[in-house]
Design a protein around this ligand. Structure first.
Ligand SMILES: NC(=O)c1ccc[n+]([C@@H]2O[C@H](COP(=O)([O-])OP(=O)(O)OC[C@H]3O[C@@H](n4cnc5c(N)ncnc54)[C@H](O)[C@@H]3O)[C@@H](O)[C@H]2O)c1
Ligand SMILES: [Zn+2]
Length: 255
């Protein structure tokens, strides 16, 4: 539970931040009903995501990998953005110097109204050819044949997401690093902070606030760890105006 004292301290830091960045992970979509990888419902037919979201798995068994992604698309298509996504979208509208960086591929930030989104791990609704570089957006939940063939060259299409062992999109990563370096404050929302290099952004932040109902490797290192769900904590935080500049305090010990 987040105490009033912690919320007030977080609001003061936010109000004082001239520029802000937010890094979100699967947890921001948990209250929409999208399973996280490491929480309950993260498994599919007894596969671990780490066994399916790899180039090796796709090379070996593209049909099973596609079936898993279509299952995830189906789950996500039936969900709605939650109050946490909406609070971040509203923050973008009100503040010019705000950058949203997400590890999520579900498209819920877009649907909540966020417009400038650095998608570190790609997008589940985007497909690209494993041969020729053809790309398309697609909301299909089923295909006559799997893997779907590229309409240009016939090679298998793949989801345009970053798999374990693959590099992040270079430009997106560079922009994310720049945004974090320039931000007075980084909000770290719903990420277990175990997947690198994305988790490295937290280490680069000048000052950070974490929003997560569970503790993570960073909870004791951030200025404030707000132990609660994003859908409750973010709307409570991301309201209010500007304040005078304060400096990032040392971590507040949790009770
Ligand atoms: N929705 C998606 O797009 C989706 C879903 C699963 C995994 N992934 C991707 O897989 C990788 C896994 O890393 P990860 O750290 O993002 O996810 P993760 O599954 O490893 O961790 C999820 C984190 O969210 C926290 N959490 C759970 N409910 C929450 C809530 N209501 N509010 C705030 N936090 C909550 C958990 O305590 C945990 O720390 C990332 O690339 C991730 O984006 C994406
Ligand atoms: Zn092609």
């Amino acid at each position: 539970m987040v105490s009033e004292r912690e919320l007030a301290a977080a609001r003061r830091l936010l109000a004082a931040a001239g520029s802000l960045a937010a890094l979100t992970g699967a947890g921001v979509s948990a209250e929409s009903g999208v399973p996280t990888f490491r929480g309950p419902g993260g498994l599919w037919r007894n596969f671990r995501p780490e066994e399916l979201a790899t180039p090796e798995a796709f090379a070996r068994d593209p049909r099973t990998v596609w079936e898993w992604y279509l299952w995830r698309r189906g789950l996500i298509a039936a969900t709605e953005p939650n109050a946490g996504h909406r609070a971040l979208a509203a923050w973008e509208q009100q503040h010019e110097r705000f950058t949203l960086i997400t590890q999520n591929v579900d498209g819920l930030h877009d649907r909540a109204g966020s417009r400038r989104i650095l998608k570190l791990h790609g997008d589940l609704w985007q497909e690209r050819c494993s041969g020729c570089g053809y790309q398309r957006r697609n909301r299909a939940l089923a295909y006559p044949a799997l893997p779907p063939p590229c309409p240009d060259c016939g090679a298998p299409l793949r989801p345009s997401v970053v798999w374990f062992g693959e590099p992040l999109p270079r430009m997106v990563w560079a922009e994310a690093e720049r945004a974090v370096a320039q931000a007075d404050l980084l909000l770290v929302v719903g990420t277990a902070a175990q997947v690198y290099p994305a988790a490295g952004l937290v280490e680069q932040a000048r000052c950070a606030i974490e929003v997560n109902p569970a503790s993570t490797p960073f909870s004791s290192r951030v200025a404030l760890a707000l132990t609660g769900p994003a859908g409750e904590v973010l709307p409570a935080l991301l309201t209010g105006g500007r304040d005078k500049i304060t400096t990032c305090p040392p971590p507040i010990p949790t009770a």
